[in-house]
Design a binder for this molecule. Structure first.
Ligand SMILES: Cc1cc2nc3c(=O)[nH]c(=O)nc-3n(C[C@H](O)[C@H](O)[C@H](O)COP(=O)(O)OP(=O)(O)OC[C@H]3O[C@@H](n4cnc5c(N)ncnc54)[C@H](O)[C@@H]3O)c2cc1C
Length: 407
């Protein structure tokens, strides 16, 4: 395939780059840990996202009627690459834009699309994804949070966990069990939930990086109007698959942070290598070389997936392979970055206060879990690409209530 921009793509890229240069002063190039407190950091990220939305750089492929640009996937990838190049921080509403919004577009009512989507793109509302529970992560369809119909409402009880951004979110997409007598995949229903509704309690969880980016969320008799349902009752798994497919593509996508990290690593190596002792230099050079090769392999594999998408295809196992490879590359990049710090690697930040590489190393193990663990992705590749016999799934057809997992 041809990796160069077509003349139209090159013109679009030049326009995006010029816009970013023009608005540079309004884009707060904040990094985690630099702001006085988490609330202020979040407000700064929201403000940055609003500037980008006004400049037409958020929701590039979304329909114009919902605040998007009606653009192509290639244009979206170009914007992602240029944002990374300009070192604009990850959008605060990345889960809303990458996963919740596309789910509302595909399965929401007109009323929901009108009410939610334009506000989401401008980060007026931040969204989160309420799927995982203490006893169901990889086996998501075994979830237990219940929604019971009561007049015009549904009443929700249960607990979610690892919910990224719930502590700042205004809305979430919530997967619940509405019919425990049906097999586990068939008794689920999806809703939009107001995170400020009575009965919703959010408790942040502290990670080893020191941040508290994800949370436990408790639902105690939370009432959700039936008009906030996404899809039909019992159709929740189909709706969730839309979210999950978008998630894997968003995490492993072409033009993602991985390529940019490789460039950052190369610059870091040029800066740091001369200061290391002879023995440390040899090891660091090998680590940097391995990491750069893995990053390039991920980037080009991403382009292949991207070609499928831009030709109207649906990413299949290549989305899983992309995420798996991307995680492995990210780990090598982070490890090499820390190795280059020499003795300063044992400190939380370098002498000049930079935490970039220590943070990256603390963050990567989570990437290997979020959006499908490495092991689960390998199962998918084994079954769907290599044609290996599937795992035994004894509970697939049985009513969920007979599985012993009911609350
Ligand atoms: C940084 C981060 C952000 C997250 N954000 C969100 C979020 O916003 N919303 C949300 O809903 N969830 C979120 N999650 C949760 C994430 O989706 C789950 O952690 C993930 O699906 C794994 O589920 P689990 O933690 O329950 O682990 P488990 O599924 O219990 O897995 C435990 C171990 O068993 C292995 N394993 C499980 N099943 C199999 C199998 N069939 N074959 C082989 N090995 C297996 C796994 O690979 C893993 O090593 C986030 C997680 C992280 C780390």
């Amino acid at each position: 395939m041809d990796f160069d921009d077509t003349p139209e793509e090159a013109a679009y890229r030049a326009r995006v780059r010029a816009t970013l240069e023009e608005r540079d002063a309004d884009l707060l190039h904040v990094r985690p840990g630099q702001s006085a407190d988490a609330r202020r950091y979040e407000a700064e990220l929201r403000a940055t996202e609003r500037v980008l939305a006004e400049a037409g750089l958020v929701g590039v492929t979304w329909p114009r009627e919902y605040g998007g640009q009606g653009g192509t996937l290639v244009q979206q990838a170009i914007v992602a690459q240029e944002l990374a190049r300009a070192r604009v921080p990850t959008l605060v509403n990345h889960i809303g834009i990458g996963m919740c919004g596309p789910t509302v577009i595909a399965h929401g009512s007109d009323d929901q699309r009108q009410r939610y989507l334009a506000r989401l793109l401008r980060a007026d509302d931040v969204w989160c994804q309420l799927f995982s529970e203490p006893a169901s992560g990889s086996d998501l369809a075994a979830l237990r949070t219940s929604a019971v119909r009561d007049g015009e409402d549904w009443v929700v009880n249960g607990q979610k966990v690892w919910t990224t951004l719930a502590h700042v979110a205004d809305y979430g997409i919530l997967l619940t069990r509405t019919d425990p007598e049906r097999p586990k995949h068939a008794g689920l229903t999806m809703f939009v939930v107001d995170m400020h509704a009575p009965g919703v309690t959010v408790r942040p969880l502290r990670q080893m990086s020191g941040d508290a980016g994800f949370n436990e969320v408790f639902f105690d008799d939370v009432r959700i109007p039936d008009g906030e349902r996404l899809g039909e009752p019992g159709e929740g798994w189909r709706v969730a698959l839309t979210t999950l497919m978008n998630e894997r593509v968003a995490i492993g996508g072409a033009g993602s942070d991985i390529g940019q990290s490789a460039e950052a690593l190369a610059a870091h190596a040029r800066d740091r290598l001369p200061a290391l002792g002879a023995e440390q230099q040899v090891l660091a050079r090998q680590a940097v070389g391995r990491a750069l090769v893995a990053s390039l392999a991920t980037r080009y594999t991403g382009y292949r997936r991207f070609t499928t998408l831009s030709q109207g295809g649906v990413p299949g196992p290549e989305a899983s392979a992309g995420k798996l490879g991307g995680t492995a590359a990210a780990r090598l990049v982070a490890d090499a970055g820390v190795r280059l710090l020499g003795d300063e690697a044992v400190l939380g930040a370098t002498a000049d206060g930079d935490e970039t590489w220590q943070r990256a190393q603390a963050y990567v193990p989570g990437v290997a879990i979020a959006g499908g663990t490495d092991q689960v992705l390998r199962n998918i590749l084994g079954e769907r690409v290599l044609g290996l016999p599937p795992e035994p799934r004894t509970d697939k057809a049985a009513p969920f209530s007979s599985s012993g997992a009911r609350r």
